[in-house]
Design a protein around this ligand. Structure first.
Ligand code: 4NP
Length: 161
């Protein structure tokens, strides 16, 4: 089973939505047996909380199931997950800082938008301090970038669907 961890700062906006979009797509593709996914934040700000209300509304609007409680990235995640997918540069740096603390290595840490062929920006913007349109924008970025990430995974792991 291929294990994918989506990582943002608070784990209440971007990464739980990324995980939900990913799960939705692998279910549609009939690939549920091949993948396991989760999400977490690099901060401890919202541990135990449900996703932000605006994330839940956005998921509902797009008929995406979302079930998550915020948790913080830890060293076991670095060992256990095959892919660490950061929403922005700061999240990626935070993952690397944690790895440095524990002298760990990981060779599959990517930005979420890395697999999009021509992204207008390379980061998934943090919608926390903005309005609902920021969440809608994040959803469309995730919808497209998860498609391209899945294409990458299919090629890497010889999955033909
Ligand atoms: P996320 O958004 O990293 O996409 O979950 C944020 C959530 C909370 C905060 C910042 C970003 N915060 O500062 O509490």
């Amino acid at each position: 089973m291929i294990k994918v961890l989506f990582v943002c700062l608070g784990n209440i906006c971007r990464s739980p939505l990324a995980e939900a979009v990913f799960n939705h797509k692998i279910k549609l593709l009939g690939l549920k047996e091949k993948f396991m996914s989760d999400s977490c934040g690099t901060s401890d700000y919202h541990i135990g909380e449900l996703p932000d209300e605006r994330t839940l509304v956005c998921a509902r609007r797009h008929e995406i199931q979302i079930h998550h409680r915020a948790r913080q990235l830890n060293r076991v995640d670095i060992r256990e997950f095959d892919y660490l997918i950061a929403m922005d540069f700061s999240n990626k740096k935070n993952i690397q800082n944690l790895m440095n603390c524990f002298n760990m290595e990981h060779n599959q840490i990517f930005l979420m938008r890395k697999f999009q062929p021509n992204p207008d920006h390379i980061e998934v913007p943090d919608p926390y301090y903005g309005g609902d349109d920021g969440f809608e924008n994040v959803y469309h970025i995730l919808d497209n970038s998860v498609d391209h990430f899945l294409e990458h995974l299919k090629v890497e792991h010889n999955i033909y669907v």
